[in-house]
Design a protein around this ligand. Structure first.
Ligand code: DP6
Length: 324
């Protein structure tokens, strides 16, 4: 096969990846746990051809060059090395995320690219091998390879740093109501942020806590214990943002509306609603709730000044090849 198309969904981490032990291979400082997000997809086609003189990349029909292409090029080099081939590739990618929503797409993008490129190169990688390959493109992408609720074991080397499912998508009817907060300017991307984590005096304190957070989060998912999930998801969100804010130079991703949503969620939980939040490297707030209340939660979220729209996603499946 020289052409293949794959689809992968984004994911949201309850216990976060922040900081690397090995930045080049993206071996993380700590393990993480996430949920795939059904409906937030990247579709990627990879075509290897002797007619191409170099690798090309288009995302949502726009040709991409510079660092974006270089990152894809590095992953394709790995695939070529594994397959023992030298052909260049045409990579055509589409995200179905709303444009301008400020949602990160590197997890779904590198999971879809790894599957499409390896299949197009004639490789049949196991889920673990694919997760390791995706990790080298974008750390969180290794968690978009398996389905449902996923844990990335940090490991110590390329061989033992990969993600696996801890429960299938239908294990727990949760929803992620993503409150999109208007953003005036660009912020520092995660790759640069990971490199700064070590400059924070709080980084090692967070690292010392993470093993306990992983145990509690894993147990909360397996037992469908929302209250425990809420407590530890918010704790790690606060710990990670404390590391970000105390890095040199500091990273402050929140906007005023980010804080408004956080406070509203606390008020709703106090009144008995099964709801909590987490925030990645940006101002948007992922409001996690039980699916039964997702409609109500998203209706309340859009009423908060500064929230421009709300996307609702349920637990998603694994990365898949698309047969045409
Ligand atoms: C805050 O996986 O986006 O979303 O490997 O540089 O692409 P790169 O970083 P990335 O980092 C994710 C950071 C996070 C937390 C998480 O998803 O675990």
């Amino acid at each position: 096969m020289t052409t293949a198309t794959a689809r992968a969904c984004a994911n949201i981490a309850f216990i976060k990846y922040w900081g690397d032990r090995d930045a080049a291979l993206r071996i993380p400082s700590n393990g993480s746990i996430s949920m795939n997000l059904e409906g937030l997809y990247t579709h990627t086609e990879v075509r290897f051809s002797p007619e191409l003189k170099k690798d090309t990349l288009t995302i949502n029909a726009f040709p991409i060059s510079g660092p974006g292409l270089a990152r894809v090029n590095t992953l394709l080099d790995r695939v070529r090395q594994m397959a023992g081939m030298r052909l260049c590739a045409q990579v055509t990618s589409q995200n179905n995320f709303p444009v301008g929503a400020g949602l990160a797409s590197s997890a779904s993008a590198f999971a879809a690219l790894s599957l499409a490129a390896s299949a197009a190169a004639g490789l049949q990688l196991s889920e673990r091998e694919l997760s390791r390959l995706a990790r080298t493109g974008s750390g969180s992408a290794c968690r978009s390879v398996p389905g449902g609720f996923v844990e990335w074991q940090a490991g110590e080397s390329d061989a033992d740093s990969f993600a696996f499912s801890i429960a299938p998508p239908d294990h727990w009817a949760l929803a992620d109501c993503i409150a999109i907060v208007s953003q005036a300017h660009k912020f520092t991307g995660s790759t640069e942020g990971h490199a700064r984590a070590h400059t924070s005096p709080l980084h090692l304190a967070r690292q010392a806590e993470v093993p306990r957070l992983l145990v509690e989060c894993r147990r909360a998912i397996l037992e469908r214990d929302f209250e425990t999930l809420a407590v530890f998801t918010e704790l790690d969100c606060h710990l990670m943002h404390a590391v970000m804010m105390t890095s040199s130079p500091p990273l402050l991703y929140w906007q005023p509306a980010t804080l408004s949503v956080m406070q509203a969620v606390h008020a709703w939980r106090k009144r008995g609603l099964p709801v909590c939040y987490t925030i990645d490297a940006g101002p948007n707030v992922h409001v996690i709730c039980e699916r039964g209340v997702a409609h109500r939660v998203s209706a309340q979220l859009v009423e908060i000044p500064g929230v421009s729209q709300v996307l609702v996603a349920s637990p998603g499946g694994p990365a898949r090849l698309e047969i045409r």
